[in-house]
Structure formats: structure tokens, C-alpha cells
Design a protein around this ligand. Structure first.
Ligand code: BES
Ligand code: MN
Ligand code: ZN
Length: 510
């Protein structure tokens, strides 16, 4: 599956930042073969599946004996690694917990299996797992693939320290429906998350607006029903997007607007518009950021990266929906040419924005992008996603992204989507006072105001979204980069939002 993208990129003559030796997945109804590592799933009842029982007899009962002597409790995600299990290498027992397994929990289990693995061939004994979930083994594979992500592009390898090699994960005890759920659907979702992670990990000196466009275009090469449009600086200026232009004007790398349309739904049906902030590096501009942690602003394009990954996954599996992804891209640099605090920019809508801080740049390019999205595509709903505010990061931590809407029911719907997707959101408010706080003395609005910062940011963007438009604002500043791993997201860029927006598109297409 990853090979596809890679090949497309090679054909397009563009090096894409694909970085990892990703596993291949094989699905079989048979028992796992006896060489290599094996994962067995056991609940608190300690019952072994039929395949696990046969495995136990091939190791002369040493598996069941170990479970008893170690008093393995089967709690969710608990693991027990058993060696001296010839003819197997390592047999890892993974607890499945009390609760009935859901697709989300199955993916987490798959992620646990990946973290128990060291990049060797491995088989998951999945014959009895979650009989209540159709294609359960495919969700295990999805979670494994997500959890096994690594970015090794800038590492040196030699004989003593060899590069990770491709390997196969066999999901044993599964049927052909499970295989096709993975291969024709979930593998593409993994590919979308991988694209987003690669983009979010790539440093600022190798990824600027046009490079982002190249990487994403390469990933889409040969995908059906997709149309890619790129606006360069002249076209951005011609369309009057003075806010996007302003943010990018301090950099030697011009801004771009990348638009990916996927028409998998009924012709003429209004699309879902996904708009992602794509700041390829955020120094803060003239309102320069402090040194501490600034390196991390290489991933200030996480929103745009997630939009690219989401549309890629939907298009590759042929989701029955029309969707348009808009990615305004710019680098926020201080320079002779950069915008200053106090400058006034004119947006595409005609509304003017006074710049109080050049570090509040994301809302500026979103102002033009959400307006453009509505003018050009008349979407049925508009979602924007951005690493917008430190305020959201402090309020939410890394368990929830902030969701802001104009009406609570829509936020509650988003919470349900997040739960199903495995990427949770929690609502923050949007009050008329937040709009009052961005009133400007000399322009229509200003780009910063009082508190709370996350809501103020949303109010700036909301100024450019039609009142009647179902509108979802996601602030992912706290969740896009992980300092501690989860089962399905290793330390580093999480690709947050691909799974969330993917789930939204699935529900919209029903
Ligand atoms: N990209 C940052 C937000 C951010 C902060 C993302 C921390 C991830 C982690 C954004 O452009 C920014 O600088 N926001 C300012 C806004 C302020 C100047 C009103 C912030 O949150 O400090
Ligand atoms: Mn900033
Ligand atoms: Zn930023």
C-alpha cells in the first residue's frame, strides 16, 4: 500500500518524504507459521482462542502454564513477553480487557502489538478477537501500522546500525472480508495519516509552500476523481487574498493555495470543505517567538497536512462524497519585507484586519481560505483545522483537541465523531464578547484581543464564515505533536485530524 504512493511519486519525478520501513500486512485463515514472533490476545477470563490453544500444544503447554504462573490479568494493553517458546521466537500475550472491543480499541490493541515488536516479522493470532466487530482483524492491522510509524529519512545507517527493513505482519485466523476491509479502505487511512506525519515532521529547511504542494501532488498522482489546483503568489494577489499574501511576504518562499477536490459523490452535490492552516514554519514574524521550543513550529502546517491526508484516504477508498480540501500555505518570517504590528491587511472578503501581532498569523490565512472556500465551492459544511493557539494547547492538554462551533449540538456531534475515530475533541466557547474584543480602532477587526485566546482566534476566523454555514473550528495546537506515545501515535508528529475528518466524511456519506 505504501509502495503505491512511493511509485506514484517516482513516476512524477518527485522525492516525497516517505521515511519509514513500513510493514506489509498478510491475512490468512490458517494458523500462524512457527517461525518468528507471535502475539496472542487473552482477556481477564484467561481463555485461549482455538488457534492459541493449538499454539499452546505446539509449545507443550508452556503458554498456558506461563499465563497461570505469571497470574496474567488480561487487563487491556497489558503484555507478557514469553521467550523459550521454541519453535516460536517470542510469544507476546496482550490483554484485551473487560470491555467489549470496538474498532477504536482494536486499533489501540494493534498499536500495543506494534510497540511490543522490534521490526521483525510477526503474526497476530486474531481468530477469536471481537466477534462482535466485523473485520476486527483489519482494525488490529490499522492500529499496528499507525503504531509502527518511524521517520528515519535523516538517520545514517551502517552495518552496526542497519536501516529498518520491510517486514510482514500476518493477521491469522481472519477471513477475506477482513483482508478487503484493510486493503481497500483502512490501509488508505493509514496512508493518509502517514502522509500527514511525514509532512509535519519534515523540517522547515526542506519543506516550504511549493515543496508541500509537490509532496501532496505526488501522493495523489493517479488517484481517480481528484483535481488539484495550485494558486501561486500572483494568483493569490489577483484574487485579493491580502491576508494570506501578507503572512507570506516576509519569506523568500512565496505563499501558495493548494486545493484538492475529490468528486466521489453525486455530481452537483455540495461538497464538504476542509480548510487546514499550512504555516511551513512559524517564527512569529516581526513579533518573533522566544527561542524556547521554536523548533517545534516546523509542524505549524499540521492542519493542512491533516486535510491532505484525509482527502487522500477518502479518494483512494472511493468514498461516496464530494470533498474539497483547501490548504493556504505560507512561511511566517521576520524580514525587511515582512508585515509589521499595526499594519492593515485587506482580505478577499473586503474586510480589513489590523495586525496587532504578526504571530497570530494562522487566523489571517484562514480568513482568506474560508472565504474563498465558500465563494468558490458553496459547501454544505465547512471545517477548519489549525495549530492556532497556545491557549488551546494549555486548556486541552494532549488528550483533546478544542472544537468551537456556533451551536452546542454541532460540537456534541463532533465529540461523537471523535470518540468513534479515536481522536477526541472537547468544546470551547464562542461568545459575542469574543467578537467585541477584536474590534479595531482603525480597521474592521484586529487579529488579537483579550481572553480566552482560543476563542478569540475562532472569532477572527468566524468573522469570515457565513452565519448560516454549518461551521466547525478545530484548534489542534496541543495534540498535533506528541511528547509521550499513545498506542497508535509514537512520539513525534501524530497526524492528528486525519482519523477525525475521515470519520466525519464516513458519517456524511451515509
Ligand atoms: N502556531 C502558533 C500556535 C501554537 C502555539 C501552536 C503552541 C502550537 C503550540 C500560532 O501561530 C501562534 O503563535 N499563536 C499565538 C497567538 C497570540 C499571538 C494571540 C499564541 O497562541 O501565542
Ligand atoms: Mn504564530
Ligand atoms: Zn502559527
Amino acid at each position: 500500500m505504501f509502495k503505491h504512493t512511493f511509485k506514484a511519486a517516482l513516476l512524477a519525478g518527485i522525492a516525497i518524504p516517505m521515511a519509514s520501513a513500513s510493514p506489509d500486512f498478510a491475512f490468512t485463515a490458517n494458523d500462524a507459521s512457527t517461525d518468528g514472533d507471535i502475539v496472542v490476545f487473552v482477556g481477564p477470563d484467561g481463555v485461549l482462542s482455538p488457534q492459541a490453544q493449538r499454539l499452546d500444544s505446539r509449545v507443550d503447554g508452556r503458554l498456558s502454564a506461563a499465563l497461570q504462573s505469571e497470574a496474567f490479568d488480561g487487563a487491556f494493553g497489558n503484555s507478557l513477553a514469553l521467550r523459550a517458546m521454541a519453535p516460536f521466537d517470542t510469544v507476546t500475550v496482550l490483554g484485551t480487557g473487560e470491555d467489549p472491543l470496538t474498532p477504536r480499541l482494536l486499533a489501540d490493541l494493534g498499536g500495543h502489538a506494534a510497540s511490543a515488536n522490534d521490526g521483525d516479522a510477526i503474526a497476530l493470532v486474531a481468530d477469536a478477537i471481537a466477534p462482535n466487530v466485523e473485520g476486527a482483524g483489519a482494525y488490529l492491522a490499522k492500529g499496528f501500522a499507525l503504531g509502527a510509524y518511524t521517520f528515519t529519512k535523516y538517520k545514517s545507517f551502517d552495518e552496526d546500525n542497519p536501516a529498518p527493513q520491510p517486514y510482514t505482519v500476518t493477521v491469522a485466523g481472519t477471513d477475506t472480508d477482513t483482508r478487503s476491509l484493510f486493503e481497500s479502505d483502512l490501509a488508505h487511512l493509514v496512508e493518509g495519516v502517514t502522509l500527514a506525519r511525514d509532512l509535519g515532521t519534515e523540517p522547515g529547511n526542506t519543506l516550504w509552500p511549493q515543496k508541500f504542494v509537490d509532496h501532496v501532488s505526488a501522493a495523489f498522482a493517479g488517484v481517480d476523481e481528484v483535481e488539484i489546483t495550485v494558486l501561486d503568489a500572483d494568483q493569490i494577489r489577483e484574487r485579493g487574498m491580502g491576508a494570506l499574501m501578507g503572512v507570506g511576504q516576509g519569506s523568500i518562499h512565496d505563499p501558495r493555495m493548494l486545493i484538492v477536490e475529490y468528486r466521489g459523490g453525486t455530481r452537483g452535490d455540495a461538497p464538504v470543505a476542509l480548510v487546514g492552516k499550512g504555516i511551513t514554519f512559524d517564527t512569529g514574524g516581526i513579533s518573533i517567538k522566544p527561542n524556547n521550543g521554536m523548533w517545534y513550529m516546523k509542524s505549524d502546517l499540521s492542519g493542512a497536512a491533516a486535510v491532505a491526508g484525509t482527502v487522500l484516504a477518502a479518494a483512494k477508498r472511493g468514498e461516496d462524497i464530494n470533498v474539497v480540501g483547501l490548504m493556504p500555505l505560507a512561511e511566517n518570517m521576520p524580514s525587511q519585507d515582512a508585515i509589521r504590528p499595526g499594519d492593515v491587511l485587506t482580505t478577499m472578503s473586503g474586510k480589513t484586519i489590523e495586525i496587532m501581532s504578526t504571530d497570530a498569523e494562522g487566523r489571517l490565512l484562514l480568513a482568506d481560505a474560508v472565504y474563498y472556500a465558500q465563494q468558490e465551492f458553496e459547501p454544505e459544511m465547512l471545517l477548519n483545522i489549525a495549530t492556532l493557539t497556545g491557549s488551546a494547547a494549555r486548556a486541552m492538554g494532549d488528550d483533546y483537541a478544542a472544537v468551537i462551533t456556533r451551536d452546542l449540538p454541532l460540537s456534541l456531534e463532533m465529540m461523537e465523531i471523535g470518540k468513534a475515530a479515536g481522536e477526541d475533541v472537547w468544546p470551547l466557547p464562542l461568545h459575542p464578547s469574543h467578537y467585541e474584543q477584536i474590534e479595531s480602532l482603525i480597521a474592521d477587526i484586529k487579529n488579537t484581543g483579550g481572553q480566552p485566546g482560543a476563542s478569540i482566534g475562532a472569532a477572527v476566523v468566524g468573522t469570515f464564515v457565513d452565519e448560516a454555514m454549518p461551521w466547525v473550528h478545530l484548534d489542534i495546537a496541543g495534540v498535533d505533536w506528541r511528547d509521550a506515545p499513545t498506542p497508535t501515535a509514537p512520539i513525534g508528529h501524530a497526524g492528528w485530524g486525519v482519523r477525525f475528518m475521515d470519520q466525519l466524511l464516513r458519517e456524511k456519506s451515509e
